[in-house]
Design a protein around this ligand. Structure first.
Ligand SMILES: Cc1ncc(C[n+]2csc(CCOP(=O)(O)OP(=O)(O)O)c2C)c(N)n1
Ligand SMILES: [Mg+2]
Length: 319
């Protein structure tokens, strides 16, 4: 089996777990999970030096998912890599769970809690400088969102990393051109992101963030250009892999509800399931219902969908 195939399998499982976890919990951010799934899969299947049996191994590469609202993607990757049981994924967002909605360092394999955007790169910069000063050889990776780049602290960290020539630092930008409520350009113009990072002194590589071969090549080449931090600008699609979620800002906060949303999401994934992967939840898939037409009364409803009827403690809600 070629190596791309293994990362493709992991990416599919991240997407499938992400659908299940947000569906079960009523949790948000499935669009962000689908966007970053390939980046995280390539890192965990191919690039990061980590040991699930010894999560605190001092020589491990450090990884920070700074867009911590996509925590389900990281949790799924860690569970599939053996850091904890995949069964625990079902507790996502539940009271008392270690799998809080945003990334928590209480889990084995997590180096830094995130969720308040704008902190991950600054923490990564500090870890990279500390590694250098201690003569350690591990690398530090941070995945940040493009909307997150609105935070001034990102650019402060970018200046700092260049100043100290932190060649052991890799930032990945999940550049899906959307944030929580709108497209990035309607919220705060980012313009030519690559030109900006180059101007800040970084080794800047642009890739298709869903193309595993391109991602792997970028990560394999970070050491070719010495004495500069590297940023991989990964062009992505928010909601990637489930057509009715792609580029639709609704799916930043909405979760796949019972009915056509959940069934359609699972069916979309089954249509592209890589050879050798078993769906842990619905091995045979689910019937693929017709998506309601635009004239259906749920048309643009952000809270309800066909097939979704709110229950309160098992009783049907009153109209
Ligand atoms: C400091 C801070 N402000 C606001 C939020 C609320 N918030 C959660 S996700 C999000 C949008 C993030 O967009 P982006 O970084 O592009 O991530 P994407 O979901 O597109 O991958 C916002 C504003 C937050 N988590 N932290
Ligand atoms: Mg974004």
């Amino acid at each position: 089996m070629d190596s791309n195939h293994i990362s493709e399998q992991l990416a599919w499982l991240i997407r499938r777990h992400g659908v299940e976890m947000t569906h079960l919990s009523g949790g948000s951010h499935i669009g962000a999970v689908l966007s970053v799934a390939d980046i995280i899969a390539v890192l965990y299947a191919e690039i990061l030096h980590v040991d699930a049996q010894n999560p605190d191994w001092d020589g491990r590469d450090r990884f920070i998912l700074s867009k911590g609202h996509a925590g389900a993607a990281l949790y799924a990757a860690l569970a599939e890599c053996g850091f904890f049981s995949t069964e625990e994924l079902k507790t996502h967002y539940a009271n008392g769970s270690r799998l809080s909605g945003h990334v928590s360092h209480h889990l084995p394999g997590v180096d830094f809690s995130t969720g308040a955007l704008g902190h991950g790169l600054s923490a990564a910069v500090g870890m990279a400088l500390a590694a250098r000063q201690d003569g350690k050889k591990h690398r530090v990776f941070a995945v940040i969102g493009d909307g997150e780049c609105d935070e001034g602290s990102v650019w402060e960290a970018a200046l700092f990393a260049n100043h100290f020539r932190l060649e052991n630092l890799v930032a990945v930008i999940d550049h899906n051109k959307m944030q929580s409520l709108d497209f990035c350009e309607n919220t705060l113009e980012l313009g030519d992101l690559a030109a900006k990072w180059r101007a800040f002194g970084w080794n800047t590589i642009e890739v298709d963030g869903h193309d595993h071969a391109q991602l792997k090549k970028a990560f394999d080449n970070i050491d070719n250009d010495r004495h500069r931090p590297t940023v991989v600008i990964a062009h992505t699609v928010k909601g990637k892999g489930i057509s009715f979620m792609e580029n639709d800002i609704l799916w930043h906060y909405r979760f796949p509800h019972d009915g056509w949303e959940y069934d359609g999401a699972v069916s979309a994934l089954h249509a592209v399931r890589p050879e050798g992967v078993v769906d842990p939840y619905t091995p045979e898939g689910v019937p693929d219902p017709e998506k309601p037409g635009a004239d259906a009364d749920i048309g643009n409803d952000h809270t309800m969908s066909a097939g979704y009827h709110p229950h309160f403690f098992g009783r049907e809600a009153k109209p």
